[in-house]
Design a protein around this ligand. Structure first.
Ligand code: C5P
Length: 396
């Protein structure tokens, strides 16, 4: 993935135990395409050496305000001139206090004061330090000054205590940075989505399902959340992590999915049906495991409700988006489903290699016609769908 391609991130590492996680963060940011330049405070250098960060970032590490390597002795200004953001992770209580008061007594604090790019701060400290009124005041002041705080999270701390103050995990921080750079085209929107396959029980251990991986839906939920939406993901059984900031409601069958969708729907602006809902379910699910008899057996199937059509058929429906996976006649079938289910938008794709791949090539159909999107990894396709959907939504 290259979601941070072309972005320069200055990463400030201060003196907290979580500094060891900053090494992994550098690797993840780099993997996402970012050019990472690490600035290490004196305290940070006590936990992890500059050599580690240099090896992982592929860039020189900066520690000293008076570093002679910068020709003009202007490290405090030059380092952030073309940066897209400064991220301080971990940020100690001391660093937050300094930032809140505009102190600039080392390279990192000076860079933060002299910057003309966004400042992102990931606090990491003991829970009592985090809860101290002074830290609360400093945090509130930073937010009022336009600084973005990522976390902290709750959990077990290095000191053995449990509470708020842990730095977000490197994966979550990398996600937060990627999300920070996304245009907030869905700000203030509430979105309900379905995801994954459904599982229609034949008996307590067997069932009918399909090979939907949920990747497209989860990618779309992530893109919607990063575009500023509040997202509820009603998901069939898949082994995928819930995208940061999204709420997952786990279901199995189509009937459970329908019930969960209607429970989540009040107040939603958008409903997106991505799930590969089983068209049929066994008419009777056996209470106990069916024993092998050697004789032929048949299962009577009964049709499932069409969740998307039911939502779109409501008196005041949200903006409804559907997906159509077809093996031929993409335009005809997709457009047919859009009209039949009364959808504002349908995302059609030709399934030649089955469901579950990492890339996707889709065509969007709406009242204005067909809009093919370039074949791309699912996260990129998701962003393109979000951008198109945002343009069609009624103004809020
Ligand atoms: O008709 P088809 O199943 O191909 O339609 C696909 C679209 O309808 C998808 O958006 C899917 O999530 C939705 N759908 C649904 N409930 C069903 C069947 C499909 O919400 N029972």
């Amino acid at each position: 993935m290259s979601e941070l391609k072309g972005r320069k991130v200055v990463l400030g590492v201060t003196g907290g135990v979580a500094a060891y996680k900053a090494a992994e963060l550098v690797r993840l940011l780099g993997k996402a395409g970012a050019d990472v330049h690490v600035v290490l405070t004196e305290g940070g250098a006590r936990f992890v050496t500059a050599v580690t960060f240099q090896a992982l970032s592929g860039n020189r590490v900066w520690t000293d305000l008076w570093d002679p390597r910068m020709d003009n002795n202007m490290a405090h200004i030059d380092l952030t001139r073309d940066a897209d953001a400064i991220l301080v992770a971990p940020a100690t209580a001391d660093l937050m206090a300094k930032l809140a008061h505009g102190l600039a007594d080392d390279l990192l604090t000076t860079l933060c004061l002299a910057r003309d790019c966004p400042l992102l701060v990931a606090p990491a400290m003991n829970r009592q330090m985090w809860e101290h009124p002074a830290t609360r005041r400093n945090g509130a002041q930073l937010v009022a000054d336009g600084v973005t705080l990522f976390g902290p999270a709750a959990g077990e701390q290095a000191c053995g205590e449990v509470g708020l103050g842990r730095m977000l995990e490197p994966e979550a921080l990398c996600e937060a940075v990627i999300g920070f750079f996304q245009p907030k085209v869905l700000a203030g929107r509430r979105i309900v989505m379905t995801a994954g396959p459904t599982f229609e029980a034949i008996d307590p251990v067997r069932g009918i399902t399909n090979s939907s991986s949920g990747k497209m839906a989860y990618g779309l939920a992530r893109a919607c959340e990063q575009a500023g939406a509040e997202v509820t993901l009603v998901s069939g059984p898949v082994a995928l992590p819930v995208p940061a900031g999204c709420t997952r409601v786990s279901v199995k069958s189509a009937l459970e999915m329908r019930e969960a969708v209607f429970a989540a729907l009040p107040g939603a602006d958008v409903f997106i049906g991505v799930a590969a809902v089983a068209d049929y379910r066994p008419a009777n699910s056996a209470e106990h495991k069916i024993k092998k008899s050697g004789a032929e057996m048949s299962i009577t199937l009964t049709p499932n409700p069409d969740i998307l059509a039911d939502v779109a058929g409501l008196p005041n429906p949200p903006f409804c988006v559907g997906f159509a996976a077809e093996s031929r006649n993409l335009d005809e079938y997709s457009e047919g489903k859009r009209k039949a289910k009364k959808l504002s938008l349908i995302v059609g794709n030709l399934v030649q290699d089955g469901l579950g791949g990492d890339d996707n090539e889709v065509v969007l159909f709406d009242d204005a016609g067909r809009h093919p999107l370039p074949k791309a990894p699912k996260p990129d396709v998701a962003r393109d769908i979000v951008a198109h959907m945002a343009r069609l939504l009624p103004k809020n």
